[in-house]
Design a protein around this ligand. Structure first.
Ligand code: GLC
Ligand code: MG
Length: 586
């Protein structure tokens, strides 16, 4: 999650030069949709508001579907749209099989789903297995120890009582958003566990009834025709039943304090062995549907873990598959705007070298929990990062707005709504708040960027929407992030991308990171500069199989030296301006 583990950078960036080669696929089979399609993440509160309440909704999304079709985006993951008191903006669910009224109704959902199917778009639901809202009917029944609901949540007696007679929490566990993971319940006279905010009580996966209940909820959506799930925060599904105190994290961020999640090493609350078994169970259900009608469904999992070795088991095994792919957050966690080409190269190499045979790697550089590309790697890196992740072998995720290069908005303490920011208080909220990257989509130069007609939107629209918006980037006669993005999307559909080999390396003393993708002598070469100076790359010498001339396929917006798209250049001396990037095709 946010700001995590930058201190582990060392672990990955010790290698000074880097290169990897993967052969072209000798036996090309059509890729599955979740391997080839761009997966586009919608944060529904911020996508499009249709009823003027300042919050996005399902009808709004439906009205914008052509945006995806125009960009060649094949699948859409929507962050939670279930009934929710919105303490964590939808990740606190009070009914897993109904739609939050702010977003619409089940009929609106069906209409959206039909409209997507008509356009050939896949729909991925965000599924939140670890917790419900404290307003879920199950939780109320559990408080009152009613029948089978008694152990639906993780209830625990106090460790003892302090001098004033206050109950002492069973362990020192700290939740993700700051403060104790235990909340006292007066009625039940016990603590309950919450690994996120206190209004998100953890479901008890030690109780098989809970698993049944969640599978039934997934079934509901599979029957409604969804194509897959993004499984939220699965690393927190189980806790060590001894409820022992967790130790201080030796690698904690320098500015962390004991109420911060990252202050502690979560050996008893994160990534417990049974997590994988649960994922296998979820996957089995999904595969039943795929087998029944031959239509591929997909399960992607979210877990921020310390090492790749810990994450790889989330793929499961051949006999017992788990995730189709676990999200790969390494480019977010281990790289930032001051990282050099070698850091990127090493992260990328490591995945291809260590991934299980036949497994699909996933690439992403942003989401609703992390700062935006332009704000994290620098605005001059927006096109370069999109190029870098979209053309590597593997699945790819785009966070809404990254196709036009939206940047984080500055949000005052008064406007802060994210519980993580709110919990941290006015002095520290900006270290944690996820509001800056969740602001409304910038569709046009109109008021509220065409997102809403409300007087006030739930988070402020970025003031730069007057210039930076979809309409402007579509209609300009010049270059734009959107036009670059569309070209990348087109390139993913070529044989070179689908079946091509990969040769990836740093060149020019680690100033350039580049890779070629070639299938039967046709393909393309990407070069991204991490240098502060103009450099000249001798691509014919550095990479195998590059012809002496190639066509400029795309560059970043404002590429230097000025080079026309479609022009022919000599590949033995490709000049790339500071921090710029180029793709040539042959
Ligand atoms: C995941 C989500 C995050 C949410 C948390 C609790 O990490 O991405 O937004 O707050 O889970 O559900
Ligand atoms: Mg849990």
């Amino acid at each position: 999650m946010k700001h995590v583990l930058a201190f582990c950078l060392l672990a990955i960036s010790f290698r000074l030069s880097s290169a990897i080669k993967l052969p072209q696929n000798p036996d090309p089979q059509p890729l599955k949709w979740w391997q080839s399609d761009i997966i586009y993440q919608i944060y529904p509160r911020s996508h499009q508001d249709s009823d003027g309440d300042g919050v996005g909704d399902l009808k709004g999304i439906e009205s914008r579907l052509d945006h995806f079709v125009e960009l060649g985006i094949g699948s859409v993951w929507i962050s939670p749209i279930y009934q929710s008191p919105m303490k964590d903006f939808g990740y606190d669910i009070s009914n897993f099989t109904n739609i939050e009224p702010t977003f619409g109704t089940l009929d609106d959902f069906r209409s959206l789903s039909d409209a997507m199917k008509e356009r050939g778009l896949k729909l991925i639901m965000d599924f939140v297995p670890n917790h419900s809202s404290d307003m879920h009917a199950w939780f109320n029944k559990s408080i009152h120890s009613e029948g089978k609901y008694k152990d639906y949540y993780v209830w625990k007696d106090p460790k003892g009582y302090d001098a004033e007679g206050n109950p002492i929490p069973p362990a020192n566990w700290v939740n993700h958003f700051g403060g104790s993971s235990f909340e006292w319940n007066e009625i039940r006279q016990q603590f309950y566990l919450h690994q996120f905010v206190k209004e998100q009580p953890d479901l008890n996966y030690e109780n098989p009834e809970v698993m049944k209940e969640m599978l039934a909820a997934m079934k509901f959506w599979l029957d409604a025709g969804v194509d897959g799930f993004r499984m939220d925060a699965v690393q927190t599904l189980f806790e060590d039943q001894r409820f022992l105190d967790e130790p201080v994290n030796p690698d904690r961020p320098a500015n962390s304090i004991p109420s911060d999640h990252k202050y502690w090493k979560h050996i008893y609350t994160i990534n417990q062995p049974k997590v994988i078994d649960a994922l296998v169970e979820f996957r089995k259900l999904i595969d039943i549907y795929t087998l029944a009608d031959g239509k591929e469904r997909c399960m992607m999992t979210e877990a921020y873990l310390d090492t790749l070795e810990e994450l790889l088991p989330y793929y499961g095994t051949k006999e017992n598959p788990a995730a189709h792919f676990p999200f790969n957050f390494d480019l977010i966690v281990y790289a930032n705007g001051s990282s050099g080409a070698t850091t990127f190269a090493n992260i990328i190499d490591e995945w291809y070298l260590k991934k299980p045979e036949g497994a699909t790697v996933n690439w992403l550089v942003g989401n609703h929990d992390n700062f935006r590309i332009g704000s994290r790697y620098g605005e001059d890196a927006i096109d370069k990062m999109n190029m870098l992740i979209m053309l590597l072998p593997g699945s790819v995720v785009t966070y809404y707005g990254e196709e036009i290069g939206m940047v984080d908005n500055v949000i005052s303490w008064e406007d802060t709504v994210d519980p993580w920011g709110c919990n941290a208080g006015p002095d520290r909220y900006s270290l944690f708040s996820r509001d800056p990257e969740r602001c409304p989509m910038q569709w046009s130069a109109e008021d509220n960027a065409g997102f809403s007609t409300a007087n006030k939107t739930w988070l402020p629209v970025h003031p730069n929407h007057k210039q930076l918006n979809v309409e402007a980037q579509k209609n300009t006669t010049g270059e734009s992030h959107l036009k670059v993005y569309k070209r990348l999307s087109d390139l993913r559909k070529t044989e070179a991308w689908q079946f091509g080999g990969l040769e990836a390396k740093t060149t020019n003393d680690g100033e350039i990171y580049g890779y070629s993708r070639i299938f039967n002598n046709q393909g393309f070469l990407f070069l991204g500069s991490f240098s502060n100076q103009t450099v000249t790359v001798n691509a014919t010498q550095e990479f195998e199989g590059i012809p002496s001339t190639a066509t400029v396929y795309t560059t970043n917006v404002g590429f230097e030296p000025e080079t026309a798209i479609g022009s022919s250049i000599s590949t033995s001396s490709i000049v790339v301006g500071a921090k710029h990037s180029i793709i040539v095709a042959f």
